[in-house]
Design a binder for this molecule. Structure first.
Ligand code: 6PG
Length: 247
């Protein structure tokens, strides 16, 4: 079955409804997971509303925090207290207040290079999943955003990083889109090794790239789909091209 055929589309009324729907899916995924749940978070601005919800009632009380592990699909290679840091944003918005510190697995940015950070993150993931990716999903849920150029995590179109099949994480010296800081990113095989890949897409500025993805253009976002699970595109009405229907 093609990646396209496997995609489910959910259209929420607005950005707030999108965050509520995402929170409900995240909680359902955790509840369906008998073992410690492995959640991979996304950066950028879109997930912030979701992260704020998770730290507030009723979501905060519903999430079994001690048995959820939080990872990151990518990060900007900046200190965690930098406003560009994805893990810094997630920490400040909900993780520091809610999650046991040992359950938060940020990409290190206090090492020499993005490549070194990628190597260490790969080792950390291997410790949780000491087996090939195709033998069982690594993550229970992977959250992703999409850039206006079709990138996911920090895998930009037409780059070696986006074509990587062997390594689990890579350093990226030159980002294809602002902010132009070095990045560290999980690779597509890892992001796809999930029981669910959930895209969060909000705002009119995303409509064009969504149309390109659903039109089949070869972009990282087109190729990002759960190889052993469900791929869901959760969009708000503003981000949805007029001919895109819920499925
Ligand atoms: C990052 C991301 C990136 C993001 C998209 C969408 O570090 O920038 O993880 O892949 O998800 O660029 O970002 P917005 O939500 O800000 O549009």
């Amino acid at each position: 079955m093609s990646a396209r055929a496997q995609r489910r589309v959910i259209i929420a009324q607005d950005a707030q409804a999108l965050a509520e729907t995402a929170a409900a899916r995240l909680l359902a995924r955790i509840e369906q997971t008998p073992h410690p749940a492995m959640i991979c978070l996304t950066g950028g601005t879109t997930p912030k509303k979701l992260y704020q919800l998770l730290a507030t009632s009723p979501w905060r009380e519903r999430i079994p925090w001690p048995r959820v592990h939080w990872f990151f699909g990518d990060d900007r290679f900046v200190p965690q207290d930098d406003e560009l840091s994805n893990s810094g944003m997630a920490r400040r918005t909900f993780l520091d207040a809610c999650a046991p510190p040992q359950n938060v697995h940020a990409i290190r940015t206090d090492v020499e290079t993005p490549d070194e950070a990628a190597r260490l993150y790969e080792l950390e993931l291997h410790a949780f999943h000491p087996m090939p990716l195709d033998s069982a999903p690594l993550f229970d849920l992977v959250l992703l955003g999409v850039g206006s150029d079709g990138h996911v995590a920090s895998l930009f179109p037409n780059t070696e990083a986006a074509a990587e099949t062997r390594r689990w994480a890579v350093g990226i010296e030159h980002a294809g889109l602002a902010p132009f800081v070095p990045r560290v990113s999980l690779t597509l095989p890892v992001l796809c090794a999930a029981r669910e890949v959930l895209f969060l897409v909000s705002g009119k500025s995303k409509r064009e790239i969504v149309a390109r993805v659903f039109g089949g253009d070869d972009l990282p976002a087109t190729r990002a789909h759960a190889t052993q699970g469900e791929t869901v595109w959760l969009l708000d009405r503003a981000a949805a091209p007029p001919d895109l229907k819920e499925t």
